[in-house]
Design a protein around this ligand. Structure first.
Ligand SMILES: Nc1ncnc2c1ncn2[C@@H]1O[C@H](COP(=O)(O)OP(=O)(O)OP(=O)(O)O)[C@@H](O)[C@H]1O
Length: 324
Protein backbone atom coordinates (compact mmCIF):
# COMPACT_ATOMS: atom_id res chain seq x y z
CA UNK A 1 0.00 0.00 0.00
CA UNK A 2 1.37 3.40 -0.95
CA UNK A 3 1.54 5.82 1.92
CA UNK A 4 0.80 9.41 0.96
CA UNK A 5 1.10 11.07 4.36
CA UNK A 6 4.08 11.53 6.62
CA UNK A 7 3.76 10.61 10.31
CA UNK A 8 1.74 13.19 12.24
CA UNK A 9 3.35 14.90 15.20
CA UNK A 10 2.09 14.35 18.75
CA UNK A 11 0.50 17.82 18.73
CA UNK A 12 -1.35 17.00 15.52
CA UNK A 13 -2.62 13.72 16.98
CA UNK A 14 -3.82 15.52 20.10
CA UNK A 15 -5.61 18.14 17.98
CA UNK A 16 -7.30 15.39 15.93
CA UNK A 17 -8.42 13.52 19.04
CA UNK A 18 -9.87 16.74 20.49
CA UNK A 19 -11.71 17.49 17.23
CA UNK A 20 -13.20 13.98 17.29
CA UNK A 21 -14.24 14.33 20.93
CA UNK A 22 -15.83 17.77 20.48
CA UNK A 23 -17.39 17.11 17.05
CA UNK A 24 -20.96 15.96 16.56
CA UNK A 25 -21.61 12.33 17.47
CA UNK A 26 -22.30 9.70 14.82
CA UNK A 27 -25.82 10.10 13.46
CA UNK A 28 -26.59 13.15 15.58
CA UNK A 29 -28.87 14.53 12.85
CA UNK A 30 -30.49 11.23 11.81
CA UNK A 31 -33.92 9.99 12.89
CA UNK A 32 -32.72 6.38 13.07
CA UNK A 33 -29.15 5.61 14.08
CA UNK A 34 -27.73 2.10 14.29
CA UNK A 35 -24.19 2.24 15.52
CA UNK A 36 -22.18 -0.99 15.34
CA UNK A 37 -25.22 -3.08 16.21
CA UNK A 38 -24.52 -6.65 17.24
CA UNK A 39 -27.13 -9.31 17.97
CA UNK A 40 -26.00 -12.78 18.94
CA UNK A 41 -28.48 -15.62 19.39
CA UNK A 42 -27.37 -18.62 21.40
CA UNK A 43 -29.37 -21.80 20.95
CA UNK A 44 -28.23 -25.18 22.29
CA UNK A 45 -24.74 -23.84 22.81
CA UNK A 46 -24.44 -22.66 19.19
CA UNK A 47 -23.98 -18.95 18.62
CA UNK A 48 -25.46 -17.21 15.59
CA UNK A 49 -24.30 -13.66 14.91
CA UNK A 50 -27.39 -12.25 13.22
CA UNK A 51 -26.04 -8.68 13.26
CA UNK A 52 -22.28 -8.17 13.13
CA UNK A 53 -21.65 -4.46 13.73
CA UNK A 54 -24.32 -2.96 11.52
CA UNK A 55 -24.22 0.81 10.86
CA UNK A 56 -27.25 2.56 9.40
CA UNK A 57 -28.51 6.14 9.33
CA UNK A 58 -32.00 7.11 8.19
CA UNK A 59 -32.93 10.77 7.89
CA UNK A 60 -36.29 12.20 8.87
CA UNK A 61 -38.79 12.04 6.01
CA UNK A 62 -37.03 9.24 4.10
CA UNK A 63 -38.78 6.33 2.42
CA UNK A 64 -36.22 3.58 2.12
CA UNK A 65 -35.95 -0.17 1.69
CA UNK A 66 -33.69 -2.75 3.30
CA UNK A 67 -33.01 -5.75 1.10
CA UNK A 68 -30.96 -8.90 1.59
CA UNK A 69 -30.93 -12.66 1.24
CA UNK A 70 -32.76 -14.89 3.67
CA UNK A 71 -30.87 -15.01 6.95
CA UNK A 72 -28.93 -11.77 6.35
CA UNK A 73 -30.38 -10.19 9.50
CA UNK A 74 -33.21 -8.00 8.19
CA UNK A 75 -35.90 -9.23 10.58
CA UNK A 76 -33.49 -9.14 13.50
CA UNK A 77 -32.81 -5.46 12.78
CA UNK A 78 -36.53 -4.74 12.36
CA UNK A 79 -37.40 -6.40 15.67
CA UNK A 80 -34.81 -4.24 17.41
CA UNK A 81 -36.12 -1.04 15.77
CA UNK A 82 -39.68 -2.10 16.66
CA UNK A 83 -38.69 -2.39 20.33
CA UNK A 84 -39.44 -6.13 20.38
CA UNK A 85 -35.84 -7.25 20.84
CA UNK A 86 -32.61 -5.77 22.26
CA UNK A 87 -29.17 -5.70 20.67
CA UNK A 88 -26.33 -7.62 22.33
CA UNK A 89 -23.99 -4.67 21.77
CA UNK A 90 -23.84 -1.38 19.93
CA UNK A 91 -26.35 1.44 20.00
CA UNK A 92 -29.69 2.10 18.33
CA UNK A 93 -31.68 5.33 18.57
CA UNK A 94 -35.02 6.15 16.99
CA UNK A 95 -36.46 9.67 17.24
CA UNK A 96 -34.37 10.39 20.32
CA UNK A 97 -35.20 7.11 22.10
CA UNK A 98 -32.25 4.86 22.97
CA UNK A 99 -33.35 1.26 22.37
CA UNK A 100 -30.99 -0.34 24.87
CA UNK A 101 -32.13 -0.95 28.39
CA UNK A 102 -35.60 0.54 28.09
CA UNK A 103 -37.87 -0.13 31.05
CA UNK A 104 -41.09 -2.07 30.38
CA UNK A 105 -43.06 1.16 30.61
CA UNK A 106 -40.76 3.03 28.22
CA UNK A 107 -40.90 0.11 25.79
CA UNK A 108 -44.70 0.13 25.83
CA UNK A 109 -44.80 3.89 25.20
CA UNK A 110 -42.20 3.59 22.46
CA UNK A 111 -44.16 0.87 20.68
CA UNK A 112 -47.45 2.72 21.04
CA UNK A 113 -46.37 6.29 20.25
CA UNK A 114 -43.10 6.33 18.31
CA UNK A 115 -43.23 3.45 15.82
CA UNK A 116 -45.94 1.90 13.70
CA UNK A 117 -45.58 -1.56 12.10
CA UNK A 118 -46.94 -3.42 9.14
CA UNK A 119 -46.13 -7.16 9.11
CA UNK A 120 -46.10 -9.62 6.25
CA UNK A 121 -48.90 -11.78 7.64
CA UNK A 122 -52.03 -9.77 7.00
CA UNK A 123 -53.71 -11.56 9.91
CA UNK A 124 -51.09 -10.13 12.30
CA UNK A 125 -51.99 -6.54 11.39
CA UNK A 126 -55.74 -6.44 11.87
CA UNK A 127 -58.19 -7.76 14.44
CA UNK A 128 -60.60 -10.08 12.60
CA UNK A 129 -63.76 -9.12 14.50
CA UNK A 130 -63.37 -5.34 13.98
CA UNK A 131 -64.20 -3.35 10.85
CA UNK A 132 -61.50 -1.41 9.01
CA UNK A 133 -62.59 1.86 10.64
CA UNK A 134 -62.63 0.25 14.11
CA UNK A 135 -59.19 -1.30 13.52
CA UNK A 136 -57.74 2.13 12.65
CA UNK A 137 -59.45 3.84 15.62
CA UNK A 138 -58.22 1.20 18.10
CA UNK A 139 -54.60 2.42 18.53
CA UNK A 140 -55.94 5.94 19.19
CA UNK A 141 -58.29 4.56 21.85
CA UNK A 142 -55.50 2.51 23.47
CA UNK A 143 -53.38 5.62 23.65
CA UNK A 144 -55.92 7.17 26.01
CA UNK A 145 -57.00 10.75 26.32
CA UNK A 146 -54.32 12.35 28.48
CA UNK A 147 -52.36 15.33 27.17
CA UNK A 148 -53.54 17.94 24.73
CA UNK A 149 -52.20 16.51 21.47
CA UNK A 150 -53.52 13.07 22.33
CA UNK A 151 -56.74 14.20 23.91
CA UNK A 152 -58.90 13.44 20.91
CA UNK A 153 -62.58 12.90 21.41
CA UNK A 154 -64.21 9.72 20.16
CA UNK A 155 -65.71 11.53 17.16
CA UNK A 156 -62.31 13.00 16.24
CA UNK A 157 -60.76 9.53 16.39
CA UNK A 158 -63.41 8.13 14.04
CA UNK A 159 -62.91 11.11 11.75
CA UNK A 160 -59.14 10.59 11.67
CA UNK A 161 -59.66 6.87 10.97
CA UNK A 162 -61.86 7.67 7.98
CA UNK A 163 -59.37 10.28 6.71
CA UNK A 164 -56.57 7.75 6.82
CA UNK A 165 -58.67 5.12 5.02
CA UNK A 166 -59.45 7.76 2.41
CA UNK A 167 -55.79 8.72 2.02
CA UNK A 168 -54.92 5.07 1.40
CA UNK A 169 -57.84 4.67 -1.00
CA UNK A 170 -59.73 2.05 0.98
CA UNK A 171 -62.70 4.13 2.20
CA UNK A 172 -65.04 1.55 0.69
CA UNK A 173 -63.74 -0.96 3.26
CA UNK A 174 -64.62 1.17 6.32
CA UNK A 175 -67.43 -1.11 7.50
CA UNK A 176 -65.91 -4.40 6.33
CA UNK A 177 -64.09 -6.93 8.46
CA UNK A 178 -60.71 -8.23 7.25
CA UNK A 179 -62.15 -11.45 5.71
CA UNK A 180 -64.37 -9.27 3.50
CA UNK A 181 -61.33 -7.50 1.98
CA UNK A 182 -58.67 -8.54 -0.54
CA UNK A 183 -55.07 -9.04 0.65
CA UNK A 184 -54.07 -5.69 -0.88
CA UNK A 185 -56.94 -3.88 0.82
CA UNK A 186 -56.04 -5.51 4.14
CA UNK A 187 -52.44 -4.27 3.85
CA UNK A 188 -53.59 -0.73 2.99
CA UNK A 189 -55.86 -0.75 6.03
CA UNK A 190 -52.89 -2.09 8.01
CA UNK A 191 -50.85 0.94 6.90
CA UNK A 192 -53.70 3.19 8.13
CA UNK A 193 -53.66 1.36 11.49
CA UNK A 194 -49.89 1.82 11.75
CA UNK A 195 -50.26 5.56 11.02
CA UNK A 196 -53.15 6.09 13.44
CA UNK A 197 -51.06 7.56 16.25
CA UNK A 198 -48.90 9.61 13.88
CA UNK A 199 -45.68 7.68 14.54
CA UNK A 200 -42.25 9.15 13.82
CA UNK A 201 -41.33 5.96 11.97
CA UNK A 202 -43.31 3.34 10.10
CA UNK A 203 -41.62 -0.07 9.91
CA UNK A 204 -42.83 -2.66 7.43
CA UNK A 205 -41.44 -6.23 7.38
CA UNK A 206 -42.08 -7.91 4.00
CA UNK A 207 -45.43 -6.12 3.65
CA UNK A 208 -45.93 -7.45 0.12
CA UNK A 209 -44.67 -10.98 0.76
CA UNK A 210 -48.10 -12.54 0.40
CA UNK A 211 -49.24 -10.40 -2.55
CA UNK A 212 -48.92 -10.66 -6.34
CA UNK A 213 -46.65 -8.15 -8.08
CA UNK A 214 -49.44 -5.85 -9.29
CA UNK A 215 -50.96 -5.59 -5.79
CA UNK A 216 -47.45 -5.16 -4.35
CA UNK A 217 -46.96 -2.11 -6.59
CA UNK A 218 -50.17 -0.62 -5.19
CA UNK A 219 -48.92 -1.16 -1.65
CA UNK A 220 -45.66 0.63 -2.46
CA UNK A 221 -47.72 3.48 -3.92
CA UNK A 222 -49.64 3.60 -0.61
CA UNK A 223 -46.35 3.86 1.33
CA UNK A 224 -45.26 6.67 -0.99
CA UNK A 225 -48.54 8.51 -0.37
CA UNK A 226 -48.12 8.20 3.40
CA UNK A 227 -44.53 9.42 3.10
CA UNK A 228 -45.37 12.38 0.87
CA UNK A 229 -48.67 13.46 2.43
CA UNK A 230 -47.89 12.88 6.11
CA UNK A 231 -44.10 13.16 6.05
CA UNK A 232 -43.73 9.85 7.90
CA UNK A 233 -40.29 8.24 7.75
CA UNK A 234 -40.74 4.73 6.36
CA UNK A 235 -38.43 1.70 6.40
CA UNK A 236 -39.53 -1.32 4.38
CA UNK A 237 -37.79 -4.69 4.64
CA UNK A 238 -38.04 -6.98 1.66
CA UNK A 239 -36.13 -9.71 -0.12
CA UNK A 240 -37.66 -8.53 -3.39
CA UNK A 241 -34.92 -6.77 -5.41
CA UNK A 242 -37.62 -5.12 -7.59
CA UNK A 243 -38.31 -2.76 -4.69
CA UNK A 244 -35.28 -0.74 -5.78
CA UNK A 245 -37.44 0.81 -8.50
CA UNK A 246 -40.11 1.81 -5.96
CA UNK A 247 -38.08 3.85 -3.47
CA UNK A 248 -35.27 6.42 -3.64
CA UNK A 249 -32.85 4.57 -1.39
CA UNK A 250 -32.23 0.85 -1.04
CA UNK A 251 -29.72 -0.46 1.48
CA UNK A 252 -28.52 -4.05 1.12
CA UNK A 253 -27.68 -6.11 4.20
CA UNK A 254 -25.22 -8.96 3.89
CA UNK A 255 -24.06 -11.17 6.75
CA UNK A 256 -25.47 -8.87 9.39
CA UNK A 257 -23.92 -5.67 8.01
CA UNK A 258 -24.95 -3.01 5.53
CA UNK A 259 -23.01 -3.73 2.32
CA UNK A 260 -24.19 -1.58 -0.58
CA UNK A 261 -26.68 1.16 -1.21
CA UNK A 262 -28.60 2.20 -4.33
CA UNK A 263 -29.78 5.80 -4.68
CA UNK A 264 -32.25 6.89 -7.33
CA UNK A 265 -32.87 10.47 -8.37
CA UNK A 266 -34.77 12.24 -11.09
CA UNK A 267 -32.78 14.26 -13.58
CA UNK A 268 -34.29 16.78 -15.94
CA UNK A 269 -32.67 17.20 -19.36
CA UNK A 270 -31.94 20.93 -19.70
CA UNK A 271 -32.68 21.05 -23.43
CA UNK A 272 -35.72 18.75 -23.74
CA UNK A 273 -37.13 19.12 -20.22
CA UNK A 274 -37.54 15.34 -20.15
CA UNK A 275 -37.27 13.60 -16.78
CA UNK A 276 -35.29 10.43 -16.37
CA UNK A 277 -34.46 8.28 -13.38
CA UNK A 278 -30.81 7.77 -12.59
CA UNK A 279 -29.84 5.05 -10.15
CA UNK A 280 -26.39 4.43 -8.82
CA UNK A 281 -24.95 1.79 -6.55
CA UNK A 282 -22.59 2.77 -3.74
CA UNK A 283 -20.43 0.69 -1.43
CA UNK A 284 -20.63 1.43 2.29
CA UNK A 285 -17.65 2.97 3.99
CA UNK A 286 -17.82 2.21 7.69
CA UNK A 287 -16.73 4.50 10.48
CA UNK A 288 -13.31 2.90 10.69
CA UNK A 289 -12.84 3.57 6.96
CA UNK A 290 -13.40 -0.09 5.98
CA UNK A 291 -14.84 -0.76 2.58
CA UNK A 292 -16.05 -4.07 1.14
CA UNK A 293 -15.23 -4.43 -2.54
CA UNK A 294 -17.82 -6.36 -4.58
CA UNK A 295 -16.67 -9.98 -5.05
CA UNK A 296 -17.26 -9.80 -8.82
CA UNK A 297 -14.88 -6.82 -9.11
CA UNK A 298 -12.08 -8.37 -7.09
CA UNK A 299 -12.51 -11.75 -8.79
CA UNK A 300 -12.34 -10.30 -12.29
CA UNK A 301 -8.98 -8.63 -11.52
CA UNK A 302 -7.71 -11.55 -9.45
CA UNK A 303 -7.38 -9.37 -6.33
CA UNK A 304 -6.58 -11.31 -3.17
CA UNK A 305 -5.16 -10.68 0.29
CA UNK A 306 -3.50 -7.38 -0.55
CA UNK A 307 -4.20 -4.47 -2.89
CA UNK A 308 -2.32 -1.26 -3.65
CA UNK A 309 -4.04 2.06 -3.11
CA UNK A 310 -3.26 5.35 -4.73
CA UNK A 311 -4.77 8.66 -3.74
CA UNK A 312 -5.65 10.69 -6.83
CA UNK A 313 -7.02 14.22 -6.87
CA UNK A 314 -10.69 13.18 -6.72
CA UNK A 315 -10.68 9.42 -6.24
CA UNK A 316 -8.77 6.50 -4.81
CA UNK A 317 -7.43 3.88 -7.18
CA UNK A 318 -7.24 0.23 -6.11
CA UNK A 319 -4.72 -1.98 -7.90
CA UNK A 320 -3.95 -5.70 -7.79
CA UNK A 321 -0.98 -6.69 -5.70
CA UNK A 322 1.28 -7.43 -8.68
CA UNK A 323 1.84 -3.79 -9.62
CA UNK A 324 5.24 -2.30 -9.06
N1 LIG B 1 -34.55 -16.17 17.79
C1 LIG B 1 -33.53 -16.65 17.13
N2 LIG B 1 -32.77 -17.64 17.65
C2 LIG B 1 -31.68 -18.13 16.99
N3 LIG B 1 -31.27 -17.70 15.80
C3 LIG B 1 -31.98 -16.72 15.19
C4 LIG B 1 -33.14 -16.14 15.83
N4 LIG B 1 -33.63 -15.18 15.00
C5 LIG B 1 -32.83 -15.15 13.92
N5 LIG B 1 -31.84 -16.07 14.04
C6 LIG B 1 -30.75 -16.30 13.06
O1 LIG B 1 -30.16 -15.06 12.76
C7 LIG B 1 -29.84 -14.95 11.36
C8 LIG B 1 -30.57 -13.75 10.77
O2 LIG B 1 -31.98 -14.01 10.77
P1 LIG B 1 -33.08 -12.95 10.27
O3 LIG B 1 -34.41 -13.57 10.51
O4 LIG B 1 -32.80 -11.64 10.88
O5 LIG B 1 -32.79 -12.88 8.71
P2 LIG B 1 -33.66 -12.27 7.54
O6 LIG B 1 -32.72 -11.51 6.70
O7 LIG B 1 -34.82 -11.54 8.10
O8 LIG B 1 -34.18 -13.56 6.79
P3 LIG B 1 -35.58 -13.84 6.07
O9 LIG B 1 -35.59 -13.01 4.81
O10 LIG B 1 -35.54 -15.30 5.79
O11 LIG B 1 -36.65 -13.46 7.04
C9 LIG B 1 -30.25 -16.29 10.75
O12 LIG B 1 -29.11 -17.09 10.71
C10 LIG B 1 -31.26 -16.83 11.72
O13 LIG B 1 -31.26 -18.25 11.71
Amino acid sequence: MTSTTSSPSLAELEARAAARRDGPSYGHDALITCDRLVRVFATDGVEVQALQGLDLLVREGELMALVGASGSGKSTLMNILAGLDEPTAGAARVAGHGLLAMSAKERLRYRRDVVGFVWQQTARNLLPYLTAAQNVALPMQLKGTRGTKHGMKRAQKSERALKLLDLLEVSECRDRRPHQMSGGQQQRVAIAVALANDPAVLLADEPTGELDSHTAEQIFAAFRTANEELGTTIVIVTHDQAVASEVRRTVAIRDGRTSTEVLRRTEVDASTGQESLISREYAMLDRAGRLQLPAEYTASLGMRDRVALELEQDHIAVWPNDRE
